[in-house]
Design a protein around this ligand. Structure first.
Ligand code: AMP
Length: 590
């Protein structure tokens, strides 16, 4: 029986370090001490959840309710708990202090085990329907009754959905490889994760069966896989240089959808592996008639279309559907989306991921007959720059962002960003007229008209190598009054007292945020700056890259996780491109 206190020991140490290597070592120590039957639970808890994302079983109890339970479990007055919360701003710390000061101890208490904690949390997450609030309260009281102050801190952070240890999934992959295989096997562990999207499952298989056991983790219907991603290049010539003859597809600007289809059931997943089936009834209907009697997994991009003109609409029209339960039918009629399918990963029992692009495309065209609302992406195979240029113009005229080039012999590499897929967007020839997706990491208090709200946000790009969010500008324009006033509320859950461990900043923000929220920014150009830490030292020692005249485009990228934001490497590439263009004398900055 694994004691929960052992896990808490590790978490406290992990929280105290910012170094990925140290974190990995602490995790390895923890995993080694964990009995096999508890491993998946420890992995999920470390990720701050109790099941893989795609299952959609989530905690996230209301803070008010947790405070009530805390008061009840400790015998402290409501007002005192409330005061503590105002003071600390982190309900976990409130719980730690409240349990430490509790007036009444339960008559019988026994030390918490990992399995009790997990089972209670799971039960809390699954409770639904009439009387569920009361049952949740009872389950949480039971847990807190047996918890030490330190344990209470993590239990409460879990139930409000704010665990945020700062451990990236890939760090857990490192630790799993180091514990149950060798560092050299890391790629195989990562592959198993990319195919299953479930680190708990990887741990469940790896621990008893070792590295070869992972071969049994296969693509499975209704379990999404992590999406294959694209690199970017700035010219068509450079693309052909790398790929030779390639398939060029229109690059649609919408929402990526992974559709799992069987004769009985259809489920849709976002790029972020959320189940988004209810948001798109029109895609479900379309697929039902487009795919007959087959089990398939296909991928495509969903783009809203104006039913009157047939023209593409801005992506915002779709993002409004997020989180809604009602009105979806009306919205799907008002601005229906068209799904442009571009890949096929599973056909019947057959896993096509290891097959070349050309074969997957053929399979896609054979199993899916286009219907209203379901079409194949437009594609042209060529190695001729002139032809590619005119195809690119066609794509822009059709309302697309540009082209996606795909290597003809490329397999589907789940979760990988590589040069097998290369995006080529219209804006590249005009430097920063391309938009950038940045993550909110801090805010500065507003003055004058903005008093009481935020005056500016501190935003960051993602450093993939170091797994850090490095700042690249203060963002204060592009917000209308309503959006501005709603900001503190929108960001409330991510608010922190201290700079989060994965944030690298030389500026001292008034308020810090755990990197969670991504927004789209347009800027005039990139400049070298001693204040911002993105691509630090890459252009000049003692300086990073900053965005000049940044402006919020109004588009929240709720479909992107913080790690999907523009990377510091991409910023550096944009800077170099800009430099080249400036030298040529074409300072065509937006
Ligand atoms: P980006 O988000 O700029 O990195 O571009 C990659 C995204 O382009 C993918 O995740 C898809 O959502 C989208 N996309 C649009 N058209 C295609 C296509 N034909 N093939 C692959 N991805 C596409």
């Amino acid at each position: 029986m694994m004691q929960f206190a052992r896990v808490v020991d590790a978490y406290e140490k992990i929280e105290a370090t910012t170094k990925r290597l140290e974190m990995t070592e602490l995790l390895v120590g923890l995993l080694r001490d964990t009995p096999k039957e508890d491993l998946d639970k420890v992995v999920y808890l470390t990720q701050g959840r109790i099941h893989p994302d795609y299952e959609g079983i989530e905690l996230g109890l209301a803070e008010k309710m947790v405070m009530r339970v805390l008061a009840h479990a400790t015998g402290l007055e409501d007002a005192r708990v409330m005061r503590l919360w105002k003071e600390k701003g982190d309900l976990g710390l409130v719980a730690q202090e409240a349990i430490g000061a509790r007036r009444q101890k339960p008559l019988e208490s026994s030390p918490l085990t990992v399995s009790t904690v997990y089972q209670h949390l799971d039960a809390i997450a699954r409770e639904a329907g009439e009387g569920s609030q009361e049952r949740k309260i009872r389950l949480l009281s039971e847990l807190l009754g047996n918890a030490t102050p330190r344990e209470a801190k993590y239990v409460v952070r879990m139930v409000v959905g704010q665990m945020r240890l700062g451990v990236a999934d890939m760090t857990i992959v490192d630790a799993l490889a180091a514990t149950f295989a060798t560092k050299a096997d890391r790629a195989r562990v990562e592959r198993a994760y990319n195919v299953s999207s479930d680190l708990g499952e990887v741990a469940r298989v790896l621990a008893p069966k070792g590295i070869d056991g992972l071969n049994e983790i296969h693509l499975k219907l209704f379990r999404p896989i992590r999406a294959m991603l694209a690199e970017r290049l700035e010219t068509l010539e450079a693309i052909f240089e790398r790929m030779g003859k390639a398939a060029l597809e229109y690059k649609y600007d919408g929402l990526r959808v992974q559709a799992h289809v069987s004769p009985k059931k259809i489920e849709l997943f976002s790029r972020h592996l959320e189940n988004i089936t209810v948001q798109f009834p029109e895609i479900v209907d379309g697929l039902r008639s487009a795919v007959r009697d087959r089990a398939v997994i296909v991928e495509g991009e969903a783009v809203p279309v104006d039913p009157n003109t047939g023209e593409f609409l801005p992506f915002q029209e779709v993002s409004r559907r997020r989180g809604r339960k009602t009105d979806l039918d009306r919205m799907s009629k008002e601005f229906p989306v068209t799904l442009f399918t571009f890949d096929c990963l599973l056909r019947g029992e057959e896993d096509l991921m290891g097959r070349p692009y050309t074969e997957r495309r053929k399979a896609l065209e054979a199993i899916l007959k286009p219907t209203e609302g379901i079409r194949h992406s437009t594609v042209r195979v060529t190695d001729d720059v002139k032809q590619a240029e005119s195809f690119f113009d066609e794509a822009l005229q059709a309302g697309c962002e540009g082209l996606m080039a795909k290597a003809l012999d490329s397999t589907y590499d789940a979760g990988a960003r590589g040069y097998q897929w290369i995006k080529f967007k219209k804006e590249y020839s005009a430097a920063l007229s391309d938009t950038i997706d940045l993550v909110i990491v801090g805010a500065f208090a507003g003055r004058g008209k903005r008093a009481g709200s935020y005056g500016a946000l501190l935003v960051a790009a993602y450093d993939e190598e170091e797994d850090l969010f490095r700042t690249t500008c203060k963002l204060g324009t592009g917000f209308d009054d309503e959006t501005l006033l709603a900001l503190p509320d929108r960001l409330k859950a991510a608010r922190r007292d201290r700079k989060p461990v994965r944030v690298d900043s030389r500026l001292e923000a008034d308020i810090w945020f755990e990197p969670t929220t991504v927004l789209e920014v347009r800027g005039a150009e990139l400049t070298v700056s001693p204040i911002h830490t993105a691509a630090w030292g890459a252009v000049r020692p003692g300086a990073g890259l900053a965005i000049r005249f940044p402006r919020f485009t109004g588009r929240w990228r709720d479909d992107k996780g913080p790690e999907d934001a523009t990377t510091t490497k991409e910023l550096l590439e944009m800077y170099r491109l800009q430099l080249k263009q400036t030298k040529k004398g074409s300072v065509a900055l937006a």
